[in-house]
Design a protein around this ligand. Sequence first.
Ligand SMILES: [Zn+2]
Length: 251
Amino acid sequence: MVGSFPFFVADAKRRYRLELFAAFCCLFLANPARLSAADTPAARGAVIGPTGLLESFDGVRNRDLDEWKRDISSYSLRHYGVGTWKLEPTAIVLHYTAGSGFPLNLIESREFKDEAPGVASHFVIDEEGGRVSVYQLLPLDVMSRATFGANFCAVSIEMVALDETDLLGKRALLDRATGLIQDLMERYGIPASRVYGHAEIDGFLAEDPHGDFFDNTIEGVFVPRKVDPGNAVMDYIRYALSAGDALLSEK
Ligand SMILES: [Zn+2]
């Protein structure tokens, strides 16, 4: 988390901290009045609730949190051996949605692969015409269902893009994602080495289905299927994260 909030920008370090602060305001205070007109989610069909969570998108209500907690607790018991909805984030996993519009399935799906709950990430980041919006779908202390084998420990971030090439063309989105990741790393003490792409988690499960990342329902060999968000996207974000660190430690 940002420790102090300099409003008078004097140097690059402070400018960077100011950007972090701005991202913090948008994400965690989620007061629409603090957003610029171009960034106002309400203009894009989104309604943000008083706690900062997305309430609805284009009239589709975000899922009921109590119901989610009940269902994800049961999921956690089956998959991780602990019946809890509680998340203490120690990793961040990045995804793309493989679509072009807001992923309504992340707020309205009731099941996935014949199992409750539906799928949901903590964040969705969208860019349209150079304008970036960040939506928070779940509280950060509540487990999401976005990354098989890592839901028990990870904050999940979905970036709206058709594929890796599409996503690489959305630099404003990637830069906002980097700012969000940096905020989360600071808030939870997560090192850059614990920022992963979804496909990388699949790779770990294939190496060892019952290692640091695991799922008790895997029997035998795990076959990786995910490709998102792609190596080039992860390279871009990792480089941006290391550049941000260098900037912050300049003085
Ligand atoms: Zn994914």
